[in-house]
Write a protein that binds this ligand. Sequence first.
Ligand code: NAG
Ligand code: NAG
Ligand code: NAG
Ligand code: NAG
Length: 384
Amino acid sequence: MGRKLLLLAPVFALVFFGRFFPREIPDAAAAAADAAYPATALFVLGDSSVNCGDNTFFYPLLPLNFSSTFCNGSHHRLLPDLIAERMGLPPVTPFFGLNGTAAAMMRGVNFGSTPATIVSGVLDGWLRGYDRFLFQSLSQQVRQVFEILQVLQLELGASAARRAASSALFILSFGKDDYAALFSRGSESNRLAPKYGRRGFARLLVSRLIQAIRDLYDADVRRVAVMGVAPLGCAPRIVWEGAYGLGGRDCVEEVNEIVAEYNAKLSARLLRLNSELAGAEIVFCDVYGGMMEIIANPRIYGFKNVRDACCGVGRFGGMIGCLAQEMACTEPNSYVWWDLYSTTESANSLLANWSWSPSSESRQQLCKPIALQELASISDSEAL
Ligand SMILES: *[C@@H]1O[C@H](CO)[C@@H](O)[C@H](O)[C@H]1NC(C)=O
Ligand SMILES: *[C@@H]1O[C@H](CO)[C@@H](O)[C@H](O)[C@H]1NC(C)=O
Ligand SMILES: *[C@@H]1O[C@H](CO)[C@@H](O)[C@H](O)[C@H]1NC(C)=O
Ligand SMILES: *[C@@H]1O[C@H](CO)[C@@H](O)[C@H](O)[C@H]1NC(C)=O
């Protein structure tokens, strides 16, 4: 373990040192030429929808077969893991698990953190005050991307670093933890809702995400896929909280409406951004729509339970989340929800398939204007 820490020392040194180096003036012609490759790396930014909670400063201290209660080691794969597989890439390394070599960084990095919010100050309870140390919000993750790109620039030169940024596929998946915190009962976190109002909160989240994409674009990132937020009104936690008002329905509609409004705003804004940022290809993936399709037609997709958490305590498994794998249901594959707010791997697998390509076996296509497969394989330099 000590050896692992020693090996990691150089990456921290480089990462922090790299921050003080000015970026070179980009060479537009070189950037255009560099973009003419299919994506060979996946960079992931996001919240608990993309990371199981292992990507923290303490990562080197975790046993290699670390199995958090949330993700069950590598057994429970999340959307980006499944997309990486579709791209023919190895599992994406967590930021804090990098071994300090440029080679490892070039293969892609998962910056995702559990929890991670778009706006700071949403997290509550014991989490408040610690989020700076334990979790990386959107802006912290964007800073980590810059640090990685600067290390690549120092080690491989400006043109290789630019190529790494422009040819890689970037997935951003945020908002789930912002809304989960907002909806959680009896917490002061609701203070943000009155402050901004329901529409204002969505506007705030969307504008922060758009700004992050602009910042990434300025760092030569060109292929971006942004995932929408799932219908949290159907998540075991929200259903548990709203049970008294459900009247036999499986989802809390008011919550779903709020999330759907956010998704629609985000989608519209992203499509417009495509025309504002020359050479960028920005895609929105409607995870909400995909989940609703599954929840409405569970049998078609092999699910038996669309309401309860596979791993949780209390009614709907929505009172307390998954504390140990031993608590889990015996047939996780027949459940849509894994725990309070997270989906099972079988649900993730469908969402990944529907995001990757509009396959013949289903009419579902979650990503627009193009599917992720097309986004990852564009090799026309005019398009990028
Ligand atoms: C995890 O690693 C430890 C130490 O290497 C080992 O004792 C344990 O059996 C492993 N657990 C699993 C589930 O592989
Ligand atoms: C957790 O992972 C182990 C293998 O690593 C597997 O045998 C077990 O079924 C998994 N549990 C659930 C609930 O998926
Ligand atoms: C670092 O990781 C990369 C990619 O996983 C691997 O190819 C390389 O051998 C590793 N280097 C060291 C020094 O561990
Ligand atoms: C997703 O697609 C892969 C490859 O075609 C397939 O093996 C897998 O079963 C699909 N997943 C689901 C849940 O349909």
